[in-house]
Design a protein. Structure first.
Length: 551
């Protein structure tokens, strides 16, 4: 094969697999990947909601190398742009999710390494205090990113999920690939919850104990910082002990780094606000949706609120009056919860909406629709999903509006974003397009071994093996060729279609490779795309997984 032909091959998704044939191929792929072509796109004929209250009824948005180059009614597509006719669709700035959490993997040292045995009281307590935890290595999740993109989100905060003083959050774009490729900010905020010890052993075993532990640890962090500052001014004294956890907490204890309190209730919000005032913290509250009940007590603190919109369903009222078990308070909350966002904003509070607590992030937009029907202004709602979180996260210079110089993060919607059933058609992240496909209940179970043949753009045919395990909705797997394997990032089933993606970085081709297979029995065929080209593939399932042994 000539060098020109080889370089052309590695520009397609199938060429990622050809690097498995030897080290020379890897070197060629790396060289080819270094010579990236400009990425220029123009979305034409669109309605542009450039910012809350600023609408261009028809115009063009130009994206170049991951940045918005121009947006407006008089903008013409550049000669080198790929033109996307989006007549009738509306472009918004990509939505920003201000709070998600991620469980730490066991190998991070936070899982149960005791073989199921209960840890000692002291170890259980120490496991709850991890302000030095770094969430970055496991912050990216292909499955979580896909769900958020389907709701129009392009950027998200990821915080550690475990413990009381949990560690610092990071800000990521929601593109494919590892966190390193999408990271915008590390160390955004420390994260705190007043939760008693989940191991059932050791301190704290009560809410009072959890609050006391947070207060004491923050005081210890200030002492630790002061002790080391005094030592550095005069080293001719006994050196204080070094604690990585207290050193990591010092900026938050000094009011120089935000602290996010997961409140759990309106009373919890008041408790967190009181502690923040006592200790001089730069506090944000993860709300509960119940703030309207105690608004006169919560509002004076003027703390930013990351507000979930997890509205309750109408309580079921029994036909038999003698069996009436529905509380009046539950009916009142069902009625008033959708008014909570408007009430908070009317009191001058900084509010950013989050999908935290919802089964599916897409439900958030429907919740916003309910709140708009109950008095929430649509522009203020949009700000709570774009400009407000951008300001809180310190990325207003890069995100939150559709204007030149900002990241090419967009949500393209059919109709209004806050309609009863909004239809997000695609999102763009760093100038890369992600189509939002309607998800259907799984009609096939694709687990097993698939022998596929990939056909590249120039007609080469390459054998590929796809191995999947698990059930639809929880699939794992790998793609192999020439004796080597690449783990899949995600494998999901919609109807009879299997959608697979994987990261080609370890193979010398940076970027995400994805393909779809239409499955019929044990046969499959489909197509895929890589950063620089497309391909087709087809084949058969040659082996099904062994049946599970009943115990």
């Amino acid at each position: 094969m000539s060098r020109a032909r080889f370089i052309g091959a590695v520009a397609s998704a199938a060429a990622v697999l050809t690097v498995l044939t030897g080290t020379a191929a890897v070197a060629g792929a790396t060289a080819a990947g270094a010579e990236k072509l400009p990425r220029v796109h123009a979305l034409t004929g669109v309605r542009i909601v450039a910012a809350p209250g600023k609408v261009i009824e028809k115009g063009t948005v130009v994206l170049r190398d991951g940045v918005i180059e121009a947006a407006g009614a008089e903008v013409e597509p550049p000669a080198d742009a790929r033109v996307w006719d989006r007549e009738g669709l509306t472009v918004y700035a990509g939505l920003i999710e201000p709070y998600t959490v991620r469980d730490a993997p066991d190998k991070d040292g936070d899982g149960d390494a005791s073989g199921g045995e209960r840890p000692s009281a002291s170890a259980a307590t120490a496991a709850m205090i991890r302000p030095d935890r770094d969430v970055t290595p496991y912050a990216a999740s292909a499955a979580a990113a896909k769900k958020l993109r389907e709701a129009g989100f392009t950027t998200a905060v990821v915080a550690p999920a475990e413990g009381i003083l949990r560690g610092a959050s990071v800000v990521l774009n929601l593109g494919d690939g590892p966190a390193a490729d999408n990271l915008l900010r590390r160390g955004l905020a420390q994260n705190v919850t007043f939760r008693r010890n989940s191991f059932g052993a050791g301190y704290p075993a009560s809410l009072m104990g959890a609050v006391a532990l947070v207060r004491q640890t923050l005081a210890d962090a200030r002492w630790h910082a002061d002790a080391w500052a005094a030592y550095e001014r005069r080293p001719a004294q006994e050196r204080p002990p070094m604690s990585a956890a207290l050193a990591a907490l010092a900026p938050a204890a000094a009011g120089k780094q935000p602290v996010v309190f997961e409140t759990g209730s309106a009373v919890g919000a008041m408790r967190a606000a009181g502690l923040a005032a006592e200790l001089g913290l730069d506090a944000w509250l993860l709300g509960s949706g119940e703030e309207y009940r105690w608004l006169d007590s919560i509002a004076p603190a003027k703390l930013p609120i990351l507000l979930p919109l997890d509205y309750p369903d109408l309580p079921e009222v029994p036909d038999d009056e003698d069996d009436m078990k529905v509380r009046l308070e539950d009916l009142r909350h069902w009625d008033l919860a959708p008014e909570n966002p408007a009430r908070l904003l009317d009191r001058g509070l900084t509010v950013a909406f989050t999908s935290y607590g919802l089964d599916d992030p897409k439900q958030l937009l429907s919740s916003v629709h309910k709140s708009i029907e109950r008095g929430l202004d649509a522009d203020r709602a949009l700000a709570a999903l774009t400009t407000t979180p951008a300001a809180l996260l310190g990325i207003s210079d890069r995100a939150g509006t559709v204007e030149a110089g900002k990241m090419a993060n967009l949500a393209v919607v059919d109709g209004d974003l806050f309609s009863e059933k909004p239809k997000v058609r695609e999102v763009w992240i760093d100038g890369r397009r992600y189509e939002v496909k309607e998800s259907k209940p799984a009609e096939v179970e694709p687990a097993g071994t698939w022998e596929l043949v990939v056909t590249t753009g120039d007609g080469q045919k390459i054998p590929v093996t796809l191995t999947l395990s698990g059930k639809a909705g929880a699939l794992d797997g790998a793609i192999g060729a020439m004796g080597r394997e690449v783990p899949v990032s995600s494998a999901e089933v919609s109807g009879s279609t299997l959608e697979v993606s994987f990261d080609g970085t370890d193979l010398g081709i940076p970027g995400t490779i994805s393909f779809s297979l239409e499955i019929e029995g044990d046969g499959a065929k489909g197509s895929g795309v890589a950063p620089e080209g497309g391909f087709t593939l087809e084949g058969r399932r040659t082996a099904k997984p062994a049946p599970e042994v009943q115990r």
